[in-house]
Structures are given as C-alpha cells and as structure tokens.
Design a binder for this molecule. Structure first.
Ligand code: SF4
Ligand code: SF4
Length: 192
C-alpha cells in the first residue's frame, strides 16, 4: 500500500457540538438515522449531598467523535460475501461498491465501531469514504473543516503518529486488537 490515510481525534478538545456529524450528513446527503460520523457522550460520577443540603459535583463527561477507521484488518471487508466492501491499495480507504452490495448487512455485524450505515431507500450499505473526492481536489474532509475547535485531522497515519503519538483506543471503545483501526487519539483526561 502506498500510504494509509486515517483520522486524528483530539478528544481533550472535543466539546460534543456535533458540527462534524452535521457536516458529514450534509456532504453525503444522508437522511435522518444515517450517520457516517457519530459523537458518543460518556458520563460517569455522582452528585453527593452534604449534611447542609448542598451538592458536591463529581460528575465527569466527555465525547468521542468517530467514523470509519479504515482499519488495517477490516472486519467489514472480511465479512462481506460479495466483495462489495474493499480496501483501496493506493490509500487504505475502505469503500463499498453499490454494484456488488446485496444489502445483507454482514459488514455492519462485523464492524466493532458501528461504521457501516444501511440505507433503506437504496437497499445498500453506505459508509464514510474519508471524503476521497474532496481530498483528490485538494480540499479537506467535511468533518475536519467543520470542527470549531480543530479536534479532527485527516492525513497519512504515519504522519499523524509522528505528530500525536499512537493511542488508538480510549475508555469506552472496542479493543483496537480486533481490527487495527487507523485512528490516533489524544484522550480526554477522564477517558484514560
Ligand atoms: S471501522 Fe468498521 S467499517 Fe470501517 S474499516 Fe474498520 S471494520 Fe470496516
Ligand atoms: S451489505 Fe453489502 S457491503 Fe455489506 S456485507 Fe453485505 S454485500 Fe457486503
């Protein structure tokens, strides 16, 4: 493979605004219920009550913005019986060919991240293609461009690793050992 593209997510900066989700939906013209990118909230802790009736706040919350991770060992590709789901040699992006897709959803069942999104109208699976059409024109992916706190960056995964390290799994995510996802994360302080 010439290069492998992937995502950097700065979870410590993410404010959970979902601008990335909306930009992705808009770019891909996705109906309600189809979300190539999703933002998951995580909450834990409690409020404790003092003797005088006041509250102590021990609540922690953080967000994780995630899409397809264009994995090195993609369960979706392995699970697809028709060869519709495949990984591109030139950049490692995982795409779905609608001429071959029969809508069986095996890819969805084999993805630990919930990335493939079934489109009822088409009767086909759909998913993030890393905005390869925009990248080919020299533009930036929709999610990256929309994030108001610059918490998303797309690029060659080796370059992202050099800049940001090699954390590819935080609290609340599936084990990275399942599919070797191409995502690098700066964890939120409560997600370590
Ligand atoms: S995140 Fe899911 S859909 Fe994307 S490449 Fe990995 S296994 Fe496939
Ligand atoms: S839904 Fe389409 S892409 Fe997914 S496994 Fe079935 S044939 Fe392959």
């Amino acid at each position: 493979m010439a290069i492998q593209l992937g995502f950097y997510i700065d979870q410590s900066r993410c404010i959970g605004c979902k601008a990335c989700v909306i930009a992705c939906k808009d770019k891909n013209d996705n109906e309600v219920g189809i979300n190539f990118r999703r933002v998951y909230p995580f909450e834990n802790g409690t409020f404790t009550v003092n003797n005088n009736g006041t509250f102590i706040n021990n609540v922690q919350s953080y967000y994780l913005s995630i899409s397809c991770n264009h994995c090195d060992d993609p369960g979706c590709v392995k699970g697809c019986p028709t060869g519709a789901m495949s990984k591109r040699d030139e950049d490692g992006v995982v795409t779905v060919d609608h001429d071959k897709c029969v809508g069986c959803k095996y890819c969805e069942w084999n993805c630990p991240y919930g990335a493939p999104q079934y489109n009822d109208e088409l009767g086909k699976m759909t998913k993030c293609n890393l905005c390869i059409d925009l990248l080919e024109k020299g533009d930036r992916p929709a999610c990256e461009g929309a994030c108001p706190v610059r918490a998303i960056e797309v690029g060659p995964i080796d370059d992202l690793r050099k800049k940001y390290g090699d954390v590819h799994e935080v609290k609340g995510m599936p084990s990275a050992s399942i599919t070797n996802p191409n995502i690098i994360i700066t964890p939120h302080k409560h997600a370590n």
